[in-house]
Design a protein around this ligand. Structure first.
Ligand code: IMP
Length: 431
């Protein structure tokens, strides 16, 4: 029985929520280790769609314990809203099924205000963030100003720290209208009340997971965002503020590297990106529009239309080098059903020079011209296919070209949003 990491291999929104949900019933723990409510994981079953943001995708399985690790930044208002939303749908999330690390940092209303201010107006560098305060919360963490759930147990300390930070924030951002709506009295009253409601969930998850390992319980580590949005390996500065590749697990969950035994790389059959930043295979034509429409490519968190393009194997190989995926899950293959021709990017040229490497510099990424290999489309609806052998030969050729280039087996192919619409090619990777 192995522990598994589920990691995004592109720019996010690959379908990690669906894969985690399918696998979760086999695991004792599902653990989020980075990001916050910028994430949007969709899970569809029984004809209903559920959008998860901070809650790990194991919440639908009654025997799975869900952990929000120390590496996650938690907006208490957003998390309570999510828990309440689930309760309205008949799913009660009791403190024994949702544990929050006492070392996790708290997103305060200021963080969102600063994030949104930076994204608005001329003369600023717009990243296209989700506006949820993720970047400022991680900045506070790194600059040793952050507040953690363990700090909230000492009310005087918590109040004093918020009051001190409020003064510093007003000195910098005092003119902002949004800030005026959040005087320190309101922040203290509402934030403390919200954090208090979450305190029954707060534990030292290092000891919980150490004991779980001792008892050989199975763990599933659920990544949010993806490697191309990772603060170290992504298309910096157009990235999120955490380590969303598998290396983030050890620091963000408090487990040793050996705890991660398998890594499933989640990858769409094409590519999408939401927010700004380089995207070498982006399509600005009808095909891009077709992918967006057929794939319902609009953000789960912000509703923004996603940019769409061909699958970029240079980028995927790069994320494979960083994460060493044990297997790939290719998602949303059915979205390409109607295309006459499908393409894979198998190389880049930069100023006429060919390369197979994904460059670090933004200026290089912006000059990349993709080299494509073209394949005939399968032009057959795939949403009812359940066996790999039953896929049309053109679809199999496309998948095999991906597998050969990356040097990693494809273990799962998704042909629709529902749990049932899944083809297990190498079921042994998922046992
Ligand atoms: P932030 O994480 O809100 O700071 O946003 C930084 C970048 O990451 C922006 O381009 C966002 O669109 C992107 N991003 C953040 N979370 C997600 C996600 O869950 N899926 C896809 N993109 C995301």
């Amino acid at each position: 029985m192995k522990n598994v990491a589920v990691a995004g291999a592109q720019w996010g929104d690959e379908g990690k929520g669906k894969v985690v949900d399918i696998l979760a019933q086999k695991f004792d723990f599902v653990i989020r280790y980075q990001g916050g409510h910028n994430a949007g994981h969709s899970v569809v079953f029984g004809g209903k769609r559920y959008a998860l943001h901070v809650l790990p995708s194991g919440v639908f399985h009654p025997d799975t314990v869900n952990i929000v690790g120390n590496g996650v930044v938690v907006d208490p208002f957003a998390l309570l809203k999510e828990i309440e939303g689930m309760a309205q749908k008949g799913l009660t999330i009791s403190p024994d099924r949702l544990l929050i690390s006492d070392r996790a940092h708290i997103i305060l209303p200021y963080h969102g205000i600063i994030d949104r201010w930076r994204e608005s107006g001329p003369g600023k560098r717009h990243i296209g963030t989700t506006g949820r305060g993720i970047g400022p919360a991680y900045e506070w963490k790194a600059s040793r100003r952050g507040l953690r759930f363990c700090d909230a147990r000492d009310k005087d300390l918590f109040r004093n720290r918020i009051e001190a930070e409020y003064k510093a924030i007003c000195a910098l951002y005092g003119d902002l209208d949004e800030l005026k709506e959040w005087p320190v009295s309101r922040v203290l009253e509402e934030s403390i009340a919200a954090v208090d409601r979450l305190l029954p969930h707060v534990v030292d998850s290092v000891y919980v997971l150490a004991e779980a390992r001792r008892q050989k319980k199975r763990m599933l580590f659920e990544g949010a965002q993806a490697t191309l949005l990772d603060v170290d390996f992504g298309t910096y500065p157009y990235v999120t503020s955490s380590n969303s590749c598998v290396s983030g697990i050890t620091a963000g969950a408090g487990v040793p590297p050996a705890a991660v035994e398998r890594t499933i790389g989640i990858c769409k059959a094409y590519t999408t990106r939401v927010g700004k930043g380089p995207f070498p295979t982006e399509l600005h034509d009808d095909v891009g529009g077709q992918l967006r429409d057929a794939g319902h490519e609009y953000g789960t968190t912000t509703g923004r239309p996603r940019r769409c393009g061909w699958l970029d194997l240079v980028a995927l190989k790069y994320t494979h080098l960083i994460n060493e995926f044990t297997t790939l899950a290719i998602m949303k293959l059915d979205v390409m059903d109607k295309l006459e021709e499908v393409k894979l990017c198998v190389g880049y040229t930069i100023d006429g020079k060919e390369t197979q490497q994904f460059p670090a510099a933004l200026s290089d990424l912006e000059r990349v011209k993709p080299v494509y290999k073209s394949f005939p489309g399968w032009k057959t609806p795939l949403h009812e296919v359940r066996r790999y052998d039953a896929l049309p030969v053109e679809a199999k050729r496309y998948l095999e070209a991906i597998q050969d280039y990356i040097g990693c087996p494809i273990g799962l192919v998704s042909v629709g949003p529902d749990r049932e619409q899944t083809i297990f090619h190498h079921a042994d990777y998922f046992n």
